[in-house]
Design a protein around this ligand. Structure first.
Ligand code: EPZ
Length: 434
C-alpha cells in the first residue's frame, strides 16, 4: 500500500524485522557528559580541548550556544576545541533553549566567571514540566540574585559564596550547575543529596583538571573548596552508557550476540542484573559488555526507574520493548519523570499489550509485534521504537526521527553494522526541546 502522506513525513527510518543482530559496536562519547563539559569550558579564559565528543544534534546546538556567547569552537573528528577568551555575552536565547533544555547548564559557569547569566526559561516538554527550581534555589543560596521577566530567568552575583545545601531531589542538572557555580565561590560548598551519575564524575574530573578542588564526586555528598581561578584543560568524554544499553537490548530482543565496546560495565550494574533476571546472557569485560539469549526463554521482571545507581530512566523505554517479548506480566514504574510513557501508545500499535496507570505500566509479554508507521515522541523512545521494529514482522516506519539524531551518533549505521535492515529516508534535521 502506498502511504498517501509519505512526502509530508520528514526524515524517517524504515526498519525491517526478523534479523538477528551480531557483532561489536563501539559507543560514542556520552551526550549527557559532553554537553556539560562544553558548558564548563566557560569557567576559564583560553582554549579547552575535548576528545571523544559525539557528533549529534544536541552537541551542535550547545556549540551554537557557546558561539552565541562569543566563544570560538572547532569540532573535527570527535575533537572539540573551545576558546572562551572573547566570551562577552551572558544570554542564552529562547530559540536555543527551546531546542535543547541542557542550554541551562551554562548558568552556573557564567555566574561563576562573569557574575551574570540570562537564560530563556525552558518550557515543558514530552517528559513533563522539567522545572529548574532546584537550580535557582541553589544559586540564590550562594548569593545569586534571581529574577525572571519576559520568559527569561536572570541570575546576578558580585561574588558567589559557599554554602551547605541539601538538594530536595538528586537532580542531575541542578547538581552540575551548582558544582560549576561553586568552583570559584569563597569558602567550601557542600552539596548533600547530590546526583551520583557517572557523567557527573566525568564533569568533576574535568573541573579538577581545570584547577577546581572537589571531593566526593559520584557520592551523595560533594565538597567544593573555592579556588581563585580556573584554567583551560583537556579531557576525553566517557563512553555513553545509555547508548550501550540501547544496543545491548537491540541484541537481546533479536536473539543475537552483541558486544558494546568503550564502556565500563560498572556504570550499568543494575541494568545488567535486570537483563540477567529476564534470562539474557551477559558477559562483562573491563571495557566492554556482551549479551546473547533466546527471546523465547525470556521471563517477565519488574523495573522501577530511580536516580543513579538505580535503573536508568533513559533505558526504560528500551526495556519495555524487551518486556513485551518476555513471558509473563511485568510492572514498569517511572519514578524520575512525570510523563515518560508517551511512546506506549506507539508500542501498542506494533502489537504490545501494555496498560498505563499513572506512573505504572503493566506489560503483558509473550507478544509478537507487527510493523507499522510510528511517531518518535522523544529521543530514547525513538530508539526503543527502532528496537521494536527489529523484531516486528514486516517493516516499521519511524517518523520524527530528529529526536534520535539529537542523541545517537550514526544510529542507523551502527545498527546496520550489526546486521539490521534499516534505512533512512530524508535528511537528519534539528530537534525540538527536552
Ligand atoms: C538529565 O536531565 C539528562 N539530560 C536526562 O537525559 C536524564 O533522563 C535525567 O538527567 C535523569 O537521569 C542531560 O543530562 C542533558 P534531572 P535533567 O534534573 O538534568 C525534576 C536523555 O534522554 N526537577 O535529574 O533535566 C525534573 O522535572 C535525557 O538523554 C525538578 O523538579 O534531569 C525531573 O522530573 C532525557 N526541579 C526530575 O527532577 C529541578 O530544578 C529529574 O530531573 C530539576 C529537576
Amino acid at each position: 500500500m502506498v502511504d498517501p502522506t509519505a512526502g509530508t513525513a520528514g526524515p524517517r527510518l524504515v526498519v525491517s524485522g526478523g534479523r538477528r543482530l551480531s557483532g561489536q559496536v563501539t559507543v560514542s562519547g556520552a551526550k549527557n557528559s559532553a554537553l556539560k563539559l562544553m558548558a564548563a569550558s566557560l569557567l576559564a579564559p583560553g582554549t579547552s580541548v575535548l576528545h571523544n565528543v559525539p557528533d549529534i544534534q544536541d552537541v551542535r546546538t550547545m556549540q551554537e550556544v557557546l558561539e552565541y556567547l562569543g566563544a570560538v569552537v572547532e569540532f573535527v573528528d570527535g575533537t572539540m576545541t573551545v576558546d572562551t577568551t572573547e566570551v562577552q555575552s551572558h544570554v542564552a536565547p529562547y530559540e536555543l533553549v527551546q531546542r535543547m533544555r541542557a542550554s541551562i547548564q551554562i548558568m552556573g559557569p557564567l555566574v561563576a566567571r562573569f557574575g551574570r547569566a540570562r537564560v530563556a526559561m525552558p518550557g515543558g516538554c514530552n517528559l513533563g514540566p522539567r522545572k529548574i527550581d532546584i537550580h535557582l534555589r541553589g544559586l540564590a543560596a550562594m548569593g545569586g540574585e534571581v529574577r525572571s521577566d519576559h520568559g527569561f530567568v536572570e541570575v546576578t552575583a558580585t561574588k558567589l559564596r559557599a554554602v551547605d545545601m541539601f538538594l530536595e531531589y538528586p537532580s542531575v542538572g541542578a547538581t552540575e550547575n551548582l558544582l560549576m557555580a561553586a568552583v570559584m565561590a569563597e569558602g567550601t560548598t557542600t552539596l548533600e543529596n547530590a546526583a551520583r551519575e557517572p557523567e557527573i564524575v566525568d564533569l568533576c574530573k574535568f573541573l579538577i583538571s581545570m584547577g577546581a578542588d572537589i571531593d566526593g564526586a559520584g557520592s551523595s555528598t560533594v565538597r567544593v573548596r573555592g579556588v581563585t581561578e580556573m584554567r583551560p584543560a583537556e579531557h576525553t568524554v566517557l563512553g555513553d552508557r545509555i547508548e550501550a544499553g540501547t544496543f545491548l537490548i537491540a541484541g537481546a530482543v533479536t536473539g543475537g550476540e552483541v558486544e558494546a565496546a568503550g564502556i565500563s560495565p560498572h556504570v550499568l550494574d543494575l541494568f545488567l542484573s535486570k537483563l540477567r533476571s529476564v534470562g539474557v546472557q551477559v558477559h562483562e569485560n573491563t571495557r566492554s559488555i556482551r549479551v546473547s539469549g533466546d527471546p523465547d526463554s525470556y521471563k517477565a521482571v519488574d523495573v522501577a526507574t530511580l536516580p543513579y545507581p538505580g535503573f536508568p530512566t533513559d533505558l526504560q523505554a528500551q526495556m519495555m520493548v524487551l518486556l513485551s517479548l518476555a513471558k509473563g506480566v511485568s510492572m514498569v514504574t517511572e519514578n524520575v519523570f512525570e510523563n515518560r510513557f508517551g511512546f506506549v501508545d506507539e508500542l501498542i500499535r506494533l502489537g504490545a499489550d501494555i496498560r498505563v496507570d499513572g506512573n505504572h505500566a503493566v506489560v503483558t509479554g509473550g507478544r509478537s509485534l507487527t510493523g507499522a508507521i510510528v511517531q518518535c515522541p522523544d529521543l530514547r523512545a525513538g530508539a526503543a521504537l527502532a528496537i521494536a521494529g527489529l523484531v516486528a514482522e514486516g517493516s516499521t516506519e519511524l517518523r520524527e526521527v530528529y529526536h534520535i539524531d539529537r542523541g545517537y551518533e550514526r544510529f542507523e549505521e551502527k545498527l546496520r553494522n550489526l546486521g539490521a535492515d534499516v534505512e533512512r529516508i530524508g535528511q537528519a534535521g534539528a530537534g525540538a526541546c527536552f
